[in-house]
Design a protein around this ligand. Structure first.
Ligand code: PMP
Length: 412
């Protein structure tokens, strides 16, 4: 992992430090939003001149945009191993995709307590049953099986990789368990898809949600992929133009297929950028991708564990091939101060806070906001080393100031 696997925009960005110097921006916040791939940025520039609303008439630009938009569906379907009758519905992000899905499930849902709020609140709102995950993956699978065997559910929904610990769940085994009880499996892929290939047909995953801005493309486009029958049987997610075949003042005949849930002018630029990104990810050698990620994760976890007073957060000690997302708490240290120190003194970006996973952090015994470092295809060992050196200095010397960013400059 000495070099990035793919070039990203901003890979050589320089940012101001508090002492007036500048430094290369060390982006260790891929889990919040990853930088766009360089090829995605140039692709966006080729799409912009022919930017037009899709499915709106026979004009040249509209037709070109429409075909790019529809082609993006095929690219994404192929990338995630969708079955021929799966639908690819474009949304704003993962949150939007999971809310859409929550509106179409014809029955009970079962969810784990370790989820990001985006894969928790849509379900608790619709009376989903929450299972407390066990101390290991194995124990958690057992608990899920017991619950599904005791009370039928239409859907089991889990995170593919935790946004706090990067730990993964075995999707194929989960699908087997769920299907044994006539339950479908949905996966929150927000943190999985940017790190690893997923194959819906092979793994038996019925629905997958993910976000463009975490998958090396810009903000504003997300996806829900999955079985069409529930989607076609439900009310449209949004009401408006595009979702409807014929309208009178008293009646509307809703379309079937993706259009049913995509009313309004869609985000053509975001969708085509995301498709361009996954096309590039599809070309990666899977072994090389996995090795890059695993080397960086090990470097992070080993380096953090070796620092005094630093606790790396973990849910499942038996999780297989976790992704490059690692959270940690530092004894007696205000994580907001530490995160701004890293940025103001070193040009290093990490995430501090509760990571939209309050029940999980509570379960992990974290009573103060924590920190998270995350990597991706644009990261290298030098990025992780920079963090470890800066943290060691902080633990040794502390921070002298409270840092505040005013008009793009650090002040103390
Ligand atoms: N699920 C997980 C696991 C996430 O990490 C995130 C983003 N932090 C989301 C869902 C929500 O993604 P978005 O904000 O793009 O909707």
């Amino acid at each position: 992992a000495d070099a990035p696997l793919l070039p990203v925009v901003g890979g050589d960005l320089s940012v101001p430090l508090v002492d007036g110097r500048t430094a290369r921006y060390v982006n260790l916040d891929y889990a919040a939003s990853s930088p766009a791939l360089a090829v995605v940025a140039s692709h966006v520039n080729t799409v912009l001149p022919l930017y037009a609303s899709v499915h709106r008439g026979a004009g040249y630009a509209s037709q070109v945009s429409t075909s790019a938009y529809e082609h993006a569906r095929d690219v994404i379907a192929e990338f995630v191993g969708a079955r021929p009758d799966d639908q690819v519905i474009f949304t704003r992000n993962t949150t939007d995709a999971l809310n859409l899905l929550a509106g179409v499930v014809p029955g009970d849902t079962v969810v784990l307590d370790i989820e990001h709020h985006a894969n928790l609140l849509p379900w608790t709102r619709t009376a989903g049953r929450v299972i407390v995950a066990g101390a290991t993956v194995a124990e958690t699978l057992g608990r899920i099986e017991t619950e599904l065997a005791a009370r039928p559910a239409a859907l089991l929904t889990v995170t593919g990789a935790s946004n706090v610990t990067g730990e993964t769940l075995p999707l194929r085994r989960l699908a087997t368990i769920a299907h044994r009880y006539g339950t479908r499996l949905a996966v929150d892929g927000a943190q999985l898809v940017p790190h690893r290939r997923i194959d819906l047909a092979f793994d038996g995953v019925d629905y997958l949600a993910f976000s463009g801005h975490k998958t090396y493309a810009p903000f504003g486009a997300g996806v829900l992929v999955g079985r069409g029958d529930w989607l076609d049987a439900a009310e449209p997610y949004l009401f408006g133009g595009g979702a409807v075949g014929r309208v009178s003042l008293t009646e509307a005949v809703w379309r079937t297929g993706a259009a049913r849930h995509e009313a309004g002018s869609p985000n053509v630029l975001g969708v085509t950028a995301l498709a361009r990104s996954v096309q590039e990810l599809a070309l990666l050698d899977e072994k090389a991708w996995g090795a890059h990620e695993s080397a960086l994760r090990h470097q992070l976890v080993d380096g953090l564990t070796a620092l005094p007073g630093v606790r790396v957060l973990q849910i499942f000690p038996d999780s297989v091939e976790p992704v490059g997302v690692v959270s940690f708490a530092v004894d007696g240290v205000d994580s907001r101060l530490l995160a701004s120190y890293l940025s103001a003194e070193w040009g290093i970006g990490v995430r501090d806070g509760w990571f939209c996973a309050h029940p999980l952090l509570e379960r992990l015994g974290v009573s103060e906001p924590a920190l998270r470092a995350s990597v991706g295809v644009g990261s290298s060992a030098a990025d992780v080393s920079a963090l470890l050196v800066a943290l060691a200095r902080f633990l040794h010397e502390g921070a002298s100031w409270e840092y505040e960013l005013v008009d793009g400059q650090w002040t103390v």
